[in-house]
Design a protein around this ligand. Structure first.
Ligand SMILES: NCc1[nH]cc(CCC(=O)O)c1CC(=O)O
Length: 341
């Protein structure tokens, strides 16, 4: 009797770095595993499939930031969420990586390009309070949760009576503390909207009074620099790119980078395109919210001159100009700006 186990032809193993997408007709999109990350990456994957006609696979990458429950400041900031995805990209485990843009360190990363910045979601912070309360309506001494020094300073600036508590975990964990041990939490509107939790929002903070984190609400689509010339990748990136979102996010982040500040610094920024100009306003807060400095500037900008080149671009010059003004006026004495990531 033939005891050889039933066998089938071995599958083919492709090694097609760089050209992999075209060779396999499959684009692998790397993402963190949280509900928010999977939801935003699925939207990106659908757009890529639509634009290229290729099949797309979601590759879930576990990051140190997802595993550890230590405070973000001890983990080295939210950069921990980013590095595992970048390693996956460089190591060939995925071809495209999707990040929340505000989590990216401000410096460049060898071998990796910011391939696209898609249309930006709502950049505003959201208060999620019990009983539909707004920030003004919270009772004296109410307990509010946030893990962000910027949000702490902004809350205390408007309501010095509040007790602010550290907050960590995924969106549902954070929301779960409302009506439990907290009266309210502050989160990004974009995250809540993306996972269908907009009904938890009781107030969206006005950007003019409460500027959000640089890049908040925007996504960053990263690829290997070597793949920028790959026709399928280029087609995907072109379909995803929104020049206005890139210009706004870049101006905000160059400002942050020029201050040599990390994403945990108490700094809010809002860039917006209006008519033919790009305007950037940035505010640095003292940690206790009692003092702040704001600088604003505009430069002519139109989508016709949009570029993916950062160096010398209008958004870069605007970010540098606003940062220089803040430094000149003493921003570094107001708040601990570092460490830059
Ligand atoms: N710092 C974590 C983080 N990174 C991106 C988002 C939300 C979505 C976004 O800003 O794009 C959040 C959660 C939050 O700040 O509430």
């Amino acid at each position: 009797m033939n005891t050889t186990p039933h066998s089938q032809p071995a599958g083919r193993v492709y090694r097609a770095e760089g050209q992999l997408a075209a060779a396999l007709g499959l684009i692998r999109v790397g993402t963190r595993g949280s509900a928010l990350a999977v939801s935003q990456t699925t939207t990106v994957a659908e757009a890529i499939a639509q634009a290229t006609g290729c099949d797309v696979a979601l590759v879930i990458i576990k990051t140190h930031g997802d595993v550890s429950t230590a405070p973000l400041s001890q983990l080295g900031g939210t950069g921990v969420f980013v590095s595992a995805l970048r390693e996956a990209l460089l190591g060939g485990a995925c071809d495209v990586a999707v990040h929340s843009l505000k989590d990216l360190p401000t410096g460049p990363c060898e071998g990796i390009a910011l391939g696209a910045v898609p249309v930006r979601a709502d950049p505003r912070d959201a208060l999620c309070a019990r009983d539909g309360l707004t920030l003004e309506e919270l009772p004296a001494g109410a307990n509010v949760g946030t893990g962000s020094p910027r949000r702490v300073a902004q809350l205390l600036e408007r309501r010095p009576d509040l007790h602010v508590h550290d907050l960590r975990g995924n969106v549902d964990t954070r929301l779960g503390r409302v009506s439990n041990d907290l009266d309210a939490v502050v989160l990004a509107s974009a995250g809540l909207d993306r996972i269908g939790r907009e009904s938890a929002i009781t107030e969206r903070f006005d950007l003019a009074k409460t500027p959000a984190a640089p890049g908040q609400g925007a996504l960053a689509i990263e690829v290997r620099s070597a793949d920028l010339g790959d026709p399928t990748i280029a087609q995907a990136l072109a379909a995803l790119e929104d020049p206005q979102a890139r210009a706004e996010a870049l101006a905000e982040r160059v400002m942050l980078g020029t201050l040599e500040a990390g994403c945990a610094a108490p700094i809010g920024a809002t860039a917006s395109v209006d008519g033919g100009s790009l305007t950037l306003s940035a505010t640095v807060y003292s940690l206790d919210g009692t003092r702040s400095l704001t600088a604003t500037a505009s430069l002519p900008w139109s989508s016709a001159e949009a570029t993916t080149e950062t160096a010398g671009s209008v958004p870069e010059r605007l970010g540098q100009q606003v940062a220089a003004e803040l430094l000149e006026r003493g921003a570094a004495d107001l708040a601990p700006l570092g460490p830059r990531q």
